[in-house]
Design a protein. Structure first.
Length: 323
């Protein structure tokens, strides 16, 4: 009888433990400022305060997407256009939170002696093919009267772009902060040729959730979205901005004063701004218009063959219900 009782207790304990694990929500995030700001919620205990068991899992950007695609995490912080690519490969998602749009931190950086986008004609450019910097480069070429055929693309992992630029193998590279900042620092004479500030709304960042996790934890995802915007408010508040930057800089191993200089390159969305971006329009500052452009880019570059219908990914209700 005693043994039976002990076995019963053990089974109950194991079930409870399994239940706890099942209820843990895992979010993959990486070193883009709009993603790293979630570290504020982690450090301040805001998830626990809301009754949530959230595990923020740190990755490089591409591996974070791989982890999501493999079902190792419930959600990923990701460029909206990349969420379409992931979905086309079979890992559909529900976009519950609009994080930000890039406003200068994504850059096309020229090597010494390269002074403009027009100077790139007939030259090599290092970018991570079919990802966001490739799309930014095409926009830069377009507004300068050039096209992709006017340059030679050199597939380069984003974290390797500073070394590639320094090697002299390419005339320019495409990278996001903090890597774009590293390239400018490591290569004397290099300069910004075009940035996301010249194409506001082209690059939106979001929290993309697996449909299974969204269906099982709708209330939790509503709370997580609200907490994200609480992090933004903490960063934007002059009284707490320095603390937020200190937390974010520590996560990526950067000097807080240097990190602070680059924060304006990311346009962190407040709740009212996120609601405005959910208005249907072909304008790039509408998430619908921006994702439509990304969908076209992916189709034109044979990333996938059939439109991903961006509106099928968006769950506007969560944001629209926030006060």
């Amino acid at each position: 009888m005693k043994l039976k009782k002990l076995v019963t207790i053990a089974l109950v304990s194991m079930a409870a433990l399994a239940g706890t694990r099942a209820d843990t929500i895992k979010i993959a995030y990486s070193d883009w400022p709009g993603y790293t700001v979630l570290e504020v919620a982690k450090q301040k205990g805001w998830f626990k305060d809301a009754g949530l068991d959230v595990d923020l899992v740190w990755f490089e950007y591409s591996p974070s997407i791989d982890a999501f695609s493999a079902g190792k995490v419930d959600a990923v912080t990701i460029v909206a256009g990349d969420a379409l690519v992931t979905g086309a490969s079979g890992s559909k998602s529900k976009i519950v939170c609009l994080i930000d749009y890039s406003e200068g931190s994504d850059m096309i950086v020229g090597a010494p002696g390269v002074d403009s986008i027009k100077d790139l004609k007939g030259k090599k450019v290092g970018v991570e093919l079919t990802l966001v910097e490739h799309e930014l480069l095409l926009q830069a070429l377009k507004v300068n009267g050039l096209s992709q055929s006017d340059v030679t693309l050199v597939g380069t992992s984003t974290d390797k772009t500073p070394q590639t630029l320094a090697s002299g193998q390419v005339a320019a590279i495409g990278a996001w902060y903090p890597i774009s900042g590293q390239a400018l620092k490591q290569v004397p004479g290099s300069k910004k040729l075009f940035t996301s500030a010249d194409a506001k709304g082209l690059i939106f960042d979001v929290i993309a959730v697996s449909p299974t996790s969204y269906a099982a934890h709708k209330e939790a995802w509503a709370k997580i979205t609200a907490i994200y915007y609480k992090c933004v408010d903490y960063l934007m508040d002059p009284k707490t901005k320095d603390d937020a930057i200190k937390i974010m800089a520590a996560k990526v191993g950067a000097d807080p004063s240097e990190y602070a200089k680059n924060v304006p390159g990311t346009h962190f969305l407040t709740v009212p701004e996120a609601k405005a971006c959910l208005k249907k329009s072909d304008d790039m500052l509408s998430i619908y218009g921006s994702m439509k452009l990304s969908d076209k880019f992916n189709l034109d570059n044979a990333v996938y063959k059939e439109s991903q219908k961006p509106e099928s990914y968006l769950v506007p209700k969560i944001i629209m219900d926030l006060k």
